[in-house]
Structure formats: C-alpha cells, structure tokens
Write a protein that binds this ligand. Structure first.
Ligand SMILES: *Cc1c(COP(=O)(O)O)cnc(C)c1O
Length: 390
C-alpha cells in the first residue's frame, strides 16, 4: 500500500542511525579489540527498528546480536543480517529447535529438559546445535541456578547434538551505585567457570555485562558484552551519564493540528482535570497514549518547538494531547513539535519521562507503538523539516 506520503502527516519517530553507529564505536573503544560486542536489538531495537539498528551497530563494530524471541531472530535474518544471533528467551519446543538450525540462531539453555530436547532434535538431523548456557547468579529469572551450572554444562558436553559455544549470566543491578550485588554475581559466575576448569570447552565465549557493566567495569567484560540501552544513546542511570558521550538516536515528533483561543477557566480534555488560569491559546497535537506517550504524564510533560518548551495540559488522550501555546504566538497549524528527543539546543530524555511517571528509560523507548512510522533522521534539514522514509 503506498502509504509513504502519509507517514509524516501526524506523528512519527526519527531514528538517527549514525548516532547508533557512533555509540557502538564508543562502546567498542571501551571494550578493546579482544572483547566482542553483542548488540541487543530485542523489542524492535528498543523501539528504534531492529533491522536498521542492527545494521547501524554492525557499521560501528558489533559482532553479534541478541533478541528475546525466535521470531525476532528470524526477522533479522529476513532483513539480511548474517552475524550470530542469540535468543535470550526460553525456547522449549522441537519446531523452535528446527528453526534455530534452519536459521543459524543460537538458543539459550537453562535446563536439562531443554538440553535433552535440543540434542534429540539436532542429532536426528545429524546436526550439532551451538548453544549458550545461561547461569542464574542472582537474577532469579531465566538460567540454571549457578550451584547446578557446572553439572548442567558437563552433561551438555556429553551430548553430541549440542555444542556449548557460550556461557553467560545477567546482572540484576549493574547500574546501582553500590556494586556489592554485582560483585556477588561475578563471584558466582567465576566459581562456575572455575569448576569447569580443564573441562572448559575451547573457545568458550563467556559474557556477563549489560550496558551499565560495560561502561563501568572492564573486569566484567570477559569475552563479550551485551549492550542494549547505551547503543541507543542513553546511560543506564543518572550517575553513569557523561562517562561516554553517547548520543540519543530517537526523536518523537508530532504535528499541531488545530489552534484555538479560550477564556480563563476553560476545562481541558477528559474530566476537565485542568482549567486555564488565563485567556489561553491551545494547540492540539496529533499524538496520544496509543502512540506510546504515557497517560501518566498528563499535565507533567511538555513539548519542544524551536528549542522552546511548551507545557502539556489536561489528560493525554488516546490519539491527541493539548499544549498551552499562549506564550508562543508564532506556533502555527501544521508546525512540528518534538515530544521526545533533541530539538535545536533543547532536549527531552526518556529518563525525564521515566522520572515523571515512575518508570525507566527502557520502558519509555520500547513503549512507542507500531502506529508511529520509524523514519531515518536527516541532518541537512532543520528539525521539523521533512524526514526521509527508511
Ligand atoms: C536486555 C538484556 C541486555 C541488555 O541490557 P541493557 O541494560 O539495555 O544494556 C543484556 N542481557 C540480557 C540477558 C538482556 O535481557
């Protein structure tokens, strides 16, 4: 359907793929040439578009990709990515094992039941399936309890349908100021590796670090790091901002559709949760919570236009929100406002949104819906100019 000409009519996401490439390069410099970089592009590349993100990260030196589901992995293959792809989520069906073999996707193993099934399916085909074993060192989520990790790995090594290519674990609080939980998890990780000692398969890829651990501590890098949030230009915590000059890759923009002047005391939007305090000029902006602007931000957010901040007023609705443009008489119908991201010298970050509504930048970024087209940012045009369709 030729909808391209409609894509920037209402609201859209601009993705600066060059920023993702530069961020990847910075992280690559951080880890040095002997450590691999796995770009985490699950959840549609944290909302940025997974194929575009993966290609931009690859241009900056990413060696491999991680996703949450098999469908995401196969989606990357369809988009032409040929690098190793690890599925972080739990696979447990034989058709999933077939797909891993067919698409050269690496599954994660956390249980002996999985190992037996994967081995049975692979060996029936005369194949050997490379896998990564996940150790639960303190997240209490996926992964084999670390105390049983060495035994599971040794058992898998005896199955000729499987090849243990990697061993990993996931940190629960690498972005905390207090490193004690991370230290404890690292000790447990090291104890499993030590228990394997001589039995450790040659070329085993050990990986533990997420973005926070990659940024803060080279002792956590091992053979590979798995970076998500930092690729997209955001530090995982406020106290980690500025360590690397990361550049946010996403901007969310929307159009002003209607302007109106109302008297003081006018109730705005559902339930009139806001009343104007003076005669006001209101602007309706064509984006709402169905697009991923959290309704919890109602009357607690603003938008940017030509680098200036305009407050949002009243309840955010499914498809629209209202801003107070009284102090911005030049704002016109059809103008483009920035809802999130950079606008000239000003910016609004997913951390600010998260702080205002009680969540984290990850949740904000991957909360934007598929109704918003992802367009590639164009730098020659000023913000608010015409982005191209990627
Ligand atoms: C999502 C995820 C990551 C990436 O985390 P960031 O904090 O975004 O860098 C790494 N490892 C695992 C297992 C994950 O689920």
């Amino acid at each position: 359907m030729p909808v391209g000409f409609l894509q920037d009519s209402r609201a859209w996401i601009e993705v600066d793929e060059g920023a993702i490439t530069r961020n990847t390069r910075l992280l690559r410099q951080r880890i040095g040439p002997n450590v691999k970089l796995m770009a985490v592009v699950k959840a549609n590349g944290y909302g940025h578009g997974d194929g575009a993100t993966a290609k931009a990260a690859r241009a900056g030196g990413a060696d491999a990709f991680a996703v949450a589901s098999l469908a995401e992995a196969v989606g990357l293959r369809h988009q032409g990515l040929q690098e190793p792809i690890l599925v972080l989520g739990h696979l447990s069906r034989s058709d999933e094992v077939h797909a891993c073999l067919r698409w050269h996707v690496l599954p994660t193993v956390s249980t002996m039941d999985q190992a037996r099934l994967f081995h049975t399916v692979a060996s029936r085909l005369g194949a050997c399936l490379p896998v990564h074993v996940n150790l639960d060192t303190g997240m209490a989520r996926l992964g084999v309890p670390w105390q049983e990790g060495a035994a599971l790995i040794q058992a898998i090594l005896r199955l000729d349908g499987l090849q243990v290519e990697g061993v990993y674990s996931h940190l629960a609080a690498a972005d905390a100021v207090d490193p004690s939980l991370t230290k404890q998890q690292q000790q447990r990780f090291d104890r499993v590796l030590a228990a394997l000692a001589n039995g450790q398969p040659a070329g085993l890829c050990r990986h533990l670090a997420n973005s926070a651990a990659t940024i803060t501590d080279s002792g956590l890098h091992y053979d590979m790091v798995r970076v998500g949030l930092a690729l997209y230009g955001h530090a995982p915590a406020e106290h980690l901002e500025g360590i690397l000059p990361l550049q946010p890759a996403m901007a969310v923009r929307a159009r002003v559709t209607i302007l109106k002047t109302v008297p003081a005391g006018t109730g705005i939007s559902y339930d009139h949760r806001y009343h104007t305090k003076r005669p006001s000029r209101l602007a309706v902006v064509a984006i709402g919570y169905a697009d991923g602007v959290p309704r919890l931000l109602s009357s607690r957010m603003g938008v940017l236009h030509q680098g200036q901040w305009l407050p949002q007023v009243g309840s955010i609705t499914m498809d629209q929100l209202v801003i107070d443009a009284t102090d911005h008489p030049r704002l016109h119908t059809g103008a483009v406002v920035t809802v999130l991201g950079n606008d000239e010298t000003a910016s609004i970050s997913p951390r600010q949104w998260g702080q205002a509504c009680g969540t984290i930048p990850w949740d904000i970024l991957c909360g934007f819906s598929s109704r918003l087209p992802r367009l590639q940012a164009v730098h020659s045009a000023p913000h608010g100019g015409q982005p191209t369709i990627s």
